[in-house]
Design a protein around this ligand. Structure first.
Ligand SMILES: O=C(O)CCC(=O)C(=O)O
Length: 273
């Protein structure tokens, strides 16, 4: 399988990263049982591709050997995840900077969610982009597919290439610090193609993320262990079917994680649902 990376020619700042980037970002992550994910080795990559220049950011999509992405598989009862470090640190830093300038987050009614019939402010910021004419409805809000900003589209293209999927929509979540969070939910809305994994790219502050089986929740409360991992700066997590039919996922608050985090979940919305 051919795989692709984005290469940045931007010089790194003297301190090795943007100021809001935590010093932990870029370290080898440990999975729940303590196995290291090895970062991609640029020396193994067969660099050939056309440069994509965007505001001084060189997003190049070279072909790389299949072995250059080190995937970790996590499987449990009806849970199927793949996790890799997708983006070199410098590229991930650049993307945070670009998205901080350019993502246009919702305000007003689109910045609220309905829980058990009551409206609440979303404890983070959200934005959606996608192919023309699509909408995505969740938690009582119907979000539009605004035209892809170029850097977001570039990441979409990269994710499509490494997964061999055709993503047409993205939900962007911005967590300003460890107080911002996402509660337990499934991505199982009827407009989502049930055969396509949800592809989640994480940028910025590493944050804990967990999965809980539906039967471990009330009323059954079965003794099924949670699956927990820490999503690293530049990582890609695939939630493969049927994970979202059986498992809830959440990003809990973490006082120990003070930095900004941006998460992109690429989805395939069906046109005629
Ligand atoms: O920010 C995250 O990693 C969580 C995103 C998520 O759960 C979702 O978009 O459904």
């Amino acid at each position: 399988m051919d795989q692709f990376v984005i290469r940045s020619k931007r010089k790194r700042p003297a301190d090795g990263g943007t100021s809001h980037m935590p010093s932990e970002a870029g370290k080898l992550p440990l999975d729940p049982v303590g196995v290291s994910i090895v970062p991609n080795n640029p020396a193994e990559m067969n660099m050939s591709g056309s440069p994509y220049l965007y505001k001084g950011l060189d997003l190049t999509f070279p072909t790389v050997k299949a072995s250059s992405l080190r995937w970790r598989k996590i499987c449990r009862d009806n849970l199927d995840l793949d996790y890799t470090l997708l983006l070199p640190r410098e590229v991930a830093d650049d993307l945070v900077r670009v998205f901080e300038e350019e993502v246009d987050y919702f305000t007003g009614d689109l910045a609220k969610i309905q829980i058990f019939g009551r409206w609440h402010d979303i404890p983070r910021k959200q934005a959606t982009y996608g192919d023309p004419g699509l909408t995505y409805t969740y938690s009582g809000i119907k979000t539009p597919s605004r035209p892809w900003p170029p850097a977001l589209e570039a990441v979409r293209d990269l994710v499509c290439k490494v997964t061999h999927q055709r993503y047409n929509f993205v939900l962007v979540n911005r967590y300003k610090d460890g107080n911002d969070k996402m509660g337990e939910h499934k991505d199982d809305e009827r407009e989502l193609d049930p055969k396509t994994p949800i592809a989640s790219v994480s940028l910025g502050q590493p944050r804990d993320f967990y999965f809980r089986h539906q039967d471990a929740r009330p009323p059954k409360k079965l003794n099924i262990d949670k699956v927990q991992l820490q999503l690293q700066h530049g990582s890609l997590l695939l939630m493969n079917p049927p994970t979202n039919r059986y498992w809830y996922h959440a990003l809990p608050p973490r006082k120990s994680a003070p930095g900004v985090r941006i998460n992109l979940t690429f989805r395939k919305i069906m046109q005629n649902h």
